[in-house]
Structure formats: structure tokens, C-alpha cells
Design a protein around this ligand. Structure first.
Ligand SMILES: Nc1ncnc2c1ncn2[C@@H]1O[C@H](COP(=O)(O)OP(=O)(O)O)[C@@H](O)[C@H]1O
Ligand SMILES: [Mg+2]
Length: 365
């Protein structure tokens, strides 16, 4: 794919440099954007060109400090050259020409890593322990709120039913051609990066970018590893990724919850919904989601159970309380979202604000 690593090459011996350059350029996975013959030239080139990777002999690596990924090569293996490479923080050490394939793989991996760490949007998964509490409503409107603050990608982790695409009036079947789907993106495997994912999205009028589900007979083959792949790529492509989870706590839901920075549990103010939420959380205990779960009360109306009970039962106040509003159903029936400036939208804006800072800091390490 177009993930070609931009490389600066630094070697004293120009014949070797030429050989390495030739091999890197011909591989299609790396492109040499400059060469340097000493550490000063190297430092200057790194500053000006901001390469993805520096490939250099150990003695010149001191010039590559400003580059995040540094690979050392040498024509002869020696303890001192290896030691110099390690001290300079090289991510790999390769003998030339014997280990040239390994060098190519390392250079290509570096560019992928650089793209992924450069930007990571907040991943928010939305789940409900009981059917009908409003998971689809919350996921779509929360995505719209994130799109208003920046960019948002919405992924339906229940692609067989494809409720998200349906309520947003997305093209389906014949009319969906030539739009790409979740299955097309996942089929790219290792080659799926933020750019490839971006080109597979369908844009809703709310500016939410949606990864459309494939037809049901294909959707049923999608598994948790596919979800993980597209979610990671999406996180590199937008400020926020909203993952609409299936109700059942199968592998898809568990992986969706685990991969997210925050998990929104949607519940309504009734005993059945509270009980379902408790059971879902108990079932997810092995996933260690502590500190990542937020509760959102939907369809709130006068009832014996109050939103204060959320705090009492789950040890945390509800992040948002969304009123019961008849406009929700009629909007849904017309494949529309509620207006972006209305009362409900403002609640979603506030919810998005509280969720946008990733809750778990250790994810960064
Ligand atoms: N805040 C709300 N007020 C009124 N009706 C709502 C509200 N949220 C959802 N609904 C309605 O409840 C039904 C179920 O919502 P949906 O989002 O499809 O739930 P889920 O995805 O959890 O099954 C839909 O008919 C929807 O229009
Ligand atoms: Mg739903």
C-alpha cells in the first residue's frame, strides 16, 4: 500500500550506500529521501526532511537523535559496532547484505508505527445490557457530537444487523456499490492503515464517517480480530471512534470493550435494565474495565428509580441523563438524527466533552 517509509541513509562508504539505496528504493516499501556521509550532514537532513526512519552505520548514529526510528547497519559484525548502535538507541541492527530482507521489514514496520502513534483518537464503545435501552440512539448521536468537535468514525460491531447504517439511512445492497465495507477494510489485514480505512468510509450528513456493514452473509464472518484491526486504524484517522456493540457478551463485544478507552453503558430507569447492566459488568470483570466505564441514563422520565440510584448501585453518578423524547422515534423512522442544536444534542455535546480525554493513561505506554 502507500505506506512507503521515507528513509535517510547515512554511510561513509559510498559504494555500500549506493547498494543499500538501490535495494530500499526497489523494494517499494521504502524510499531514500537523502543520503549523508557524516553525522553533521545526517543531523541537518533529519531536521529538514523529518524522515520516518534513519538507516545508518553505528558510528554516524549520533546525528540521528531527532528521528524516532533508527536502524543500524554494518558490513561486518563486531561487538563495538553493536554496542555503539545500542547506545545510540537503534531499534535494530542488520548486517549488510545478509540481513537486507529483515532491514526492509523493519523499515516498513517503522512507518506503520509512526503513523499510529502520531495520532490516536479516543475510542468509545457503547453497550446496553438490555435490548431497546437506546444503544443505537446513543452511539449515533454521540458520534455526531464528536463530529461537531472534530472528526468521528462510527463502527457497528453488530454488522449482521447493521442498525447503525439503517438508522442513518446509509446506502445498502446494490446502491452501496462501490462503497467499501467493514469486510473490505478488514480484508486488507496488516496493510490496513488510517489512510486505507479513511477511503472506505461513508459520510453521513452529520459529518460522521461510517464504516458500513457488508451484506449479512459476509458480516457473519467478521470476528473480533477484524474489529480490532479496523478500530486501531480508525483511531489513527479521526479524533474519536465510536463502536456500537452488540448486546450479547460474545467475543466481538468483549474485544470491542477491551479495545476502547471508555465504555458507555446505556441504561434506563427500571429494575430490569439495572439488573442487566450489573450482570454485564460482572461478566466483564476479567477484562478489568475499572475506571473506564461510564453510565448514561436514557429515556429518563418520572419513575420510582431515579438517576441518583445509578450512583448508589454502580458507585458512580450517571455521566448523562437523556430524557424520554418522542422526537427520537419519529426522527429514527425518517432515518434522521435529532437536530444538532437542540436540547438533546447539547447533552451529547457535554457527554462527548467528558469522554474525549482518554480515561486510561497507561494505554499510551
Ligand atoms: N431518549 C429517547 N426517547 C424516546 N425514545 C427513545 C429514546 N432513545 C431511544 N428511543 C427509542 O427506543 C427504541 C430503541 O432504541 P435503540 O436506540 O434502537 O435501542 P437499542 O439499540 O438499545 O436496541 C427506538 O424506537 C428509539 O426510537
Ligand atoms: Mg440497536
Amino acid at each position: 500500500m502507500d505506506q512507503v517509509a521515507r528513509v535517510i541513509l547515512a554511510l561513509e562508504a559510498s559504494e555500500v550506500a549506493e547498494e543499500v539505496m538501490h535495494v530500499l528504493d526497489r523494494s517499494g516499501r521504502a524510499r531514500v529521501v537523502a543520503t549523508a556521509g557524516d553525522d553533521r550532514q545526517l543531523a541537518e537532513a533529519v531536521r529538514q526532511l523529518e524522515p520516518d526512519v534513519v538507516v545508518a552505520e553505528p558510528g554516524l548514529l549520533s546525528g540521528a537523535r531527532a528521528c524516532s526510528v533508527v536502524l543500524a547497519i554494518d558490513v561486518r559484525e563486531s561487538v563495538s559496532s553493536l554496542r555503539t548502535a545500542i547506545r545510540a538507541g537503534a531499534a535494530g541492527y542488520f548486517l549488510w547484505p545478509k540481513e537486507r530482507d529483515e532491514l526492509l521489514v523493519a523499515a516498513a514496520a517503522a512507518v506503520r508505527r509512526a503513523q499510529q502513534t502520531a495520532r490516536r483518537g479516543a475510542v468509545v464503545a457503547v453497550h446496553g445490557g438490555r435490548g431497546g435501552v437506546g444503544v443505537t440512539f446513543v452511539a449515533t448521536h454521540l458520534a455526531a457530537a464528536f463530529a461537531r468537535r472534530g472528526s468521528a468514525i462510527l463502527i457497528d460491531a453488530d454488522p449482521v444487523f447493521g442498525d447503525v447504517a439503517h438508522v442513518l439511512g446509509a446506502p445498502a445492497g446494490e446502491e452501496a456499490e462501490p462503497t467499501h465495507t467493514f469486510a473490505d477494510a478488514a480484508a486488507l489485514g496488516e496493510d490496513l492503515g488510517p489512510e486505507q480505512l479513511r477511503s472506505a468510509l461513508w459520510r453521513h450528513e452529520s459529518e460522521v464517517d461510517v464504516l458500513l456493514p457488508p451484506p449479512p452473509e459476509e458480516a457473519i464472518r467478521l470476528g473480533p480480530e477484524d474489529l480490532q484491526l479496523v478500530t486501531e486504524a480508525a483511531a489513527g484517522a479521526a479524533d474519536a471512534v465510536i463502536v456500537h456493540l452488540p448486546r450479547a457478551l460474545g467475543a466481538m463485544t468483549r474485544v470491542g470493550a477491551e479495545t476502547s478507552d471508555s465504555l458507555v453503558e446505556v441504561l434506563t430507569l427500571d429494575v430490569v435494565s439495572f439488573r442487566a447492566t450489573s450482570r454485564a459488568l460482572e461478566a466483564c470483570a476479567p477484562l478489568h474495565l475499572e475506571g473506564r466505564v461510564s453510565f448514561v441514563v436514557n429515556k429518563a422520565a418520572r419513575s420510582e428509580i431515579t438517576s441518583g440510584d445509578v450512583h448508589r448501585v454502580f458507585g458512580e453518578p450517571a455521566r448523562a441523563i437523556l430524557p424520554h423524547d418522542r422526537a427520537v422515534r419519529s426522527a429514527q423512522e425518517r432515518n434522521r438524527l435529532l437536530p444538532s442544536r437542540g436540547r438533546m444534542a447539547r447533552r451529547f455535546d457535554r457527554l462527548a466533552d467528558t469522554l474525549s480525554a482518554p480515561v486510561v493513561e497507561e494505554m499510551a505506554s
